[in-house]
Design a binder for this molecule. Structure first.
Ligand code: SF4
Length: 755
């Protein structure tokens, strides 16, 4: 930067800087402000440095023990985990063992050569025993020290503070020289460590110095791409410190520095200011931040203990009042979490994966699909006046209401909705549902018959299938004989079922005739019952094994009584994702071809989507658009059935390759956005009570869904994956779900007629 440009920045009116900073922030991160739910773990309050403003560091006589014991560390971390925190922020003094004998001795007695070595052990214990992701702030470290912490942390950090080397505040702090700290910054970059740094405003530096410091950070960020966030923290004088009589950083300086940081840093770098150090956090948003940093429901801010954290509920209100949304994040930012090979040690990839949602942000509740935890109540949000919404989601909804169809970008945007935006998307979807299919909540009485769980395919998400020899997972391999199929059909009909739903694994002994024989077996049990059977994979394999074309084979199935095809085996219709989920299964084109051909011979079918294992919202958009194109040609799809991934017992989760299914926000949005994306195309949106439970289903029925699917009698596939919800629902149970909604529960046929 030329001296002229610097002086222009120094003298520019804040309002002008803020407008530009706001534009950059909005372009880069939209209207989302993040924060990290965390606990602070002050591993040691001893420090070899004596900074003029610091109350964190204490003399040995003023602390009970030089370091927290591992048990104490774990107790803090567990309290945080219980309160929904995802980050364990280790704060500590710099190399106290070099100044205090008592510290060196404490470490030696426990077999640690240094504070950094002990920090690695403590972080490993937290990670292993609580699942919280460690963020390590160990000060100015050397390359090998940073490297030793990488396998036990999701991110690391060190405040640059200032680039001035003559500050009185740092006179007694050998680790605070700019050279040491810039060297640490670069070493972290070389090691590919997602790194947090920042400035301390008001410790004797001036605007020119801050510009120089920001430029140094920007250079390192451009060189390595590793600076995930920059913190602009303001100095507050504290009694008992060398700078007790110095003035606090003024609001003008804080706001100016935030805005200038936004202008000078690469636009991908997040900008944070702590909300507890100012009286009104909205000024931070106005100046250009997109992150509030760590907010702890458990521990105080150990660096500024006199300033309490705002409650997240209040922070949310303040944020939403400015037209922004508030979202929890992990200590590692999404851009880094979603690129784990580059940014995470192999040991950290699974812990990060299981902590995150589809956008790489923090899961927002303990709920998971198929589990027993009640979902968060996302509708009826306390501060959800949708008229105040601004930002991309509001724009897409406005366009939709004017009649524009949703394309790829619009769909992805809607999946990013948070807070009141979620409410708005669901309200528009619910209104569309009302106008398309009315208030009836429909269901079908049916029976699931999974005729075999033996399968030659190797879908990594499937806990149901067994290879003939794989007795290690739940349940034994079985193959029902056809008389048993007949008996189950007859029994289902006696119990009032109007539909049987048949699907199973691809048994190595099956030939193309097997599926025809199954249809005959069903017909022997009932000549009236609707046969809803065979995934696209089964049809594809049946045709292949009989040497027939799809048209010939589907016509033969239809002639033997098949009426509709379930949409299963679609998983995610995005081949990059399928290559991981189910590498040897039919691809997107083949799934679509089976269904389009089925429609062409007079069979109907539905669209399913198994979501929440590994993919991002872009894949959901591709799936919706690909099926919408087929529907535009054939009109053969009867409904869309989002199937949230039930992770517990699946091979890919057990091997650390999958998330814990979708968050409830994602599940809710999948139904709502599905309703909107299929406007004028697919009229019924089904919620799977097996995956979402009664409370989850009730919310989804207010977000565009109109159908509760089948009563099932013997649901095996989700239960094999670990779902806790029952194997069948009685009509009375479904009535319980629907009653509070004040909508009629109506039995339907498979094709949405009335029985
Ligand atoms: S999902 Fe279907 S094809 Fe894949 S392994 Fe399971 S049973 Fe087999």
């Amino acid at each position: 930067m030329t001296p002229d440009t610097a002086s222009q920045l120094i003298d520019a009116p804040f309002e002008e800087l803020a407008v530009e900073a706001g534009k950059i922030r909005d372009r880069s991160f939209g209207n989302r402000i993040t924060y990290s739910p965390k606990v602070f773990i002050p591993l040691t309050m001893l420090c070899r440095d004596r900074c003029g403003y610091c109350t964190f560091a204490k003399a040995p006589a003023r602390v009970e023990h030089p370091y927290l014991e591992i048990d104490e560390v774990l107790a803090i971390a567990r309290a945080g985990a219980d309160q929904g925190c995802s980050e364990a922020l280790f704060t500590l003094g710099e190399r106290p063992e070099l100044r205090y004998e008592v510290a060196a001795q404490w470490l030696e007695e426990r077999g640690y050569g240094s504070t950094v070595e002990y920090l690695a052990a403590a972080a490993a214990a937290v990670l292993e025993q609580t699942g919280l992701l460690p963020h390590l702030n160990a000060g100015a470290l050397h390359h090998d020290e940073l490297a030793s912490l990488r396998p036990v942390s999701a991110s690391q950090g060190m405040m640059l503070e200032s680039i001035r080397d003559d500050l009185e505040a740092h006179r007694l702090a050998p680790d605070k020289t700019p050279e040491r700290r810039l060297a640490t910054l670069d070493a972290a970059g070389v090691l590919g460590i997602p790194f947090t740094t920042g400035l301390l405003v008001g410790i004797g530096e001036n605007r020119q110095d801050r510009i120089a410091a920001l430029e140094a950070i920007a250079d390192s960020a451009r060189l390595h791409g590793h600076i995930q966030e920059v913190i602009i923290q303001n100095f507050l004088p504290k009694p008992g410190t060398l700078m007790a009589a110095s003035p606090a950083a003024t609001l003008d300086e804080i706001r100016w520095t935030i805005a200038v940081a936004r202008l000078l840093l690469p636009h991908s770098v997040h900008l944070q200011a702590p909300p507890n150090l100012v009286d009104d956090p909205t000024i931070l948003i106005e100046a250009g931040i997109d992150d509030f940093g760590g907010v702890s429901p458990v521990t105080v801010d150990h660096v500024n203990p006199e300033r309490a954290w705002p409650e997240v509920r209040n922070l949310r209100k303040v944020t939403e009042a400015t037209g922004f949304t508030l979202a929890p994040r992990l200590t590692i930012y999404p851009e880094f979490a979603l690129d784990p090979e580059r940014w995470l040690d192999p040991a950290m990839r699974t812990p990060v994966l299981v902590s995150m949602d589809s956008e790489g942000l923090c899961r927002d509740s303990a709920w998971c699909s198929g589990g027993e935890v009640e979902p968060p109540k996302l509708l009826g949000h306390e501060s959800s006046p949708t008229s105040r919404l601004s930002g991309a989601v509001a724009e897409v909804l406005a366009g939709f209401e004017l009649g524009q169809d949703l394309g790829f970008d619009e769909i992805v945007t809607l999946f990013s909705a948070r807070g009141p935006e979620v409410v708005a998307v669901c309200e528009v979807a619910d209104e569309l549902r009302r106008s398309v299919v009315g208030d009836d909540v429909t269901y079908v009485i049916n029976r699931n018959i999974n005729y075999t769980n033996v399968c030659t395919f190797k879908c990594r998400f499937c806990a149901f299938s067994k290879g003939p020899l794989s007795l290690n997972l739940r349940g034994d391999p079985y193959l029902l004989d056809l008389d048993e199929v007949t008996a189950r059909v007859a029994e289902a009909e006696q119990e009032g079922a109007t539909e049987v739903c048949l699907q199973g694994g691809i048994h190595p002994s099956f030939d193309g005739d097997y599926y025809l024989d199954v249809l005959d077996a069903v017909s022997r049990g009932s000549d009236k019952i609707h046969i809803h059977a065979f995934s696209a994979l089964e049809v594809f394999e049946g045709a292949r094994r009989s040497g027939m074309t799809l048209t010939e084979y589907l016509s033969a199935l239809k002639a033997r009584g098949l009426k509709t095809l379930p949409g299963t085996a679609a998983e995610i219709l995005d081949d990059e994702v399928r290559a991981v989920l189910c590498p040897d299964k039919i691809n997107t084109e083949q799934w679509l071809e089976v269904h389009e051909t089925a429609h062409s011979v007079g069979l109907r079918s539905n669209v399913t989507m198994m979501f929440g294992a590994i993919e991002q919202p872009a894949s959901w958009a591709r799936h919706l658009l690909a099926t919408r194109e087929v529907q535009a040609r054939t009109g053969g799809f009867t409904e869309f059935v989002p199937l949230s991934f039930v992770h517990m017992a699946t091979p890919m989760f057990i091997r650390g390759m999958a998330r814990r299914g979708p968050t409830f926000r994602e599940a809710l949005l999948l139904h709502a956005v599905g309703r909107l994306a299929y406007r004028g195309s697919i009229h019924n949106i089904q919620v799977s009570w097996v995956k979402l439970g009664a409370a989850g289903s009730a919310q989804v029925l207010q977000a565009g869904a109109n159908d509760l699917g089948g009563t099932l009698m013997d649901e095996n596939i989700s239960r094999a994956a670990g779902a806790a919800h029952g194997q069948r629902m009685e009509t009375a149970d479904l009535e319980e779900i629907v009653r509070p909604l004040d909508r009629p529960l109506v039995q339907r046929t498979t094709l949405y007629g009335r029985p």
